[in-house]
Write a protein that binds this ligand. Structure first.
Ligand SMILES: *Cc1c(COP(=O)(O)O)cnc(C)c1O
Length: 371
């Protein structure tokens, strides 16, 4: 796995690589009797006179998590209760009547938030095919905010981030990149000029299918302050235990992703040769694969119920391999093939994963060959 270069840091600080940042940032100082790990601070209020004051404004366990993710993305981070709580907070800041550009295949919950805001007359949502760069650039004109996600979920389309960010900024729009799929180890949108990076920390960052959390990272002090004020006022911050779990997960992100990505690349190759699979979508990095089952939705449903290792479940980015047919959700756009199954590849043994999957694929009804 090739890791990008670390963020710009003051010249007197060591330029640590992402693996080192993931393990070390956000720990208590190396002093006698300090714990190595940041403890869970369960507190609704603090003794007056300091900087923390109240549990809705500050929590040392949030701070530890935020320092670590901020270092990896190269900006200042704020933790939220979920990925969608983060998205809602950002969309809340868009002015009345403004236009927001977003991928038509962005995360379903993000598209639903935009649709709901549009239905209430709050803003105009302009959904675009992110693989059509000219159309996206044109759509940026007069937009207030350009929301990007790359790769998209579950279509796995890859956006030319640099080109779109430049076009959006030329048009005077802010740019948000949902970096949940790539993680800061594979893609660092702030370095490409994005204003905000969003994460569903529920997924790869926390990585163990046991916590809901979100985060935003920015290099702009102004945006950081506005978002922090919003979180203070609304109270959509995570619980301290969630932040602690997410940070515990983040410590091993590079090791988990390296294995999951190697597994995914191998499985994508093998799936591509399988007659029961019509199409494999794998962008060449990350641990998510989408496949279109040749025999359609019923066969895809059968597949997701016929394995012992692969778990039929929504969500992604955990150590355990999961999969689901996305169109089982009524809100998934009809431009996603009915028989598309999204696989979140975990860190199990790749041959065990393949044997389980191949066995279930063998058991599917065969395409009729006419003879
Ligand atoms: C899951 C997900 C979200 C939403 O995050 P929650 O933590 O479930 O609220 C947003 N974007 C992407 C790409 C996701 O996969």
């Amino acid at each position: 796995m090739s890791l990008p270069t670390p963020p710009d840091r003051p010249s007197d600080e060591p330029r640590w690589s992402p693996a080192t940042l993931a393990v070390t940032v956000g720990r208590p100082p190396h002093e006698p009797d300090q714990p190595l790990n940041s403890p869970v601070t369960m507190a609704s209020t603090y003794v007056a006179g300091g900087d923390l004051e109240y549990g809705r404004y500050a929590n040392p366990t949030w701070t530890a998590f935020e320092e670590a993710l901020g270092a990896l993305e190269g900006g200042r981070c704020l933790a939220f209760a979920s990925g969608l709580a983060t998205a809602a907070t950002i969309l809340d800041l868009v002015g009345n009547g403004a236009t927001v550009v977003a991928p038509r295949h962005a995360y379903n919950g993000t598209v639903m938030q935009l649709a709901e805001l549009e239905a209430r007359g709050r803003l105009t949502a302009r959904l675009v095919d992110v693989t059509d760069l000219d159309a996206v650039v044109k759509a940026c004109d007069d937009a207030a905010l350009v929301w990007l996600e790359s790769p998209t979920n579950p279509a796995l389309e890859v956006v030319d981030l640099e080109a779109v960010i430049e076009a959006a900024h030329r048009a005077g729009a802010y740019v948000v990149v949902d970096n949940t799929f790539a993680t800061p180890l594979l893609q660092r949108p702030l370095e490409l000029g994005a204003d905000l990076v969003v994460h569903s920390a529920t997924k790869f960052i926390a990585g163990h299918s046991d916590v809901l959390m979100g985060a935003v990272v920015t290099r702009s002090d102004e945006l950081f302050t506005v978002l922090k004020q919003r979180r203070d006022l609304v109270g959509n911050a995570p619980g301290p235990f969630e932040a602690w779990l997410a940070l515990r997960g983040l410590r091993t992100l590079h090791v988990r992703l390296e294995r999951a990505q190697a597994n995914a690349a191998e499985l994508a190759r093998r799936l591509g040769d399988h007659p029961a699979i019509e199409e494999v979508r794998y962008p060449g990095f990350g641990a998510i694969i989408s496949v279109v089952v040749a025999q359609g939705a019923l066969a895809a449903d059968l597949l997701t119920r016929s394995t012992r290792l692969w778990v039929h479940a929504t969500s992604l980015g955990g150590v355990e391999s999961t999969f689901e047919r996305r169109r089982r959700w009524k809100t998934e756009p009809v431009t996603i093939p009915d028989g598309l199954v999204r696989l979140s590849v975990g860190i199990e043994d790749v041959d065990d994963l393949w044997a389980d999957l191949a066995g279930a694929l063998e058991a599917l009804p065969r395409p009729s060959t006419g003879g």
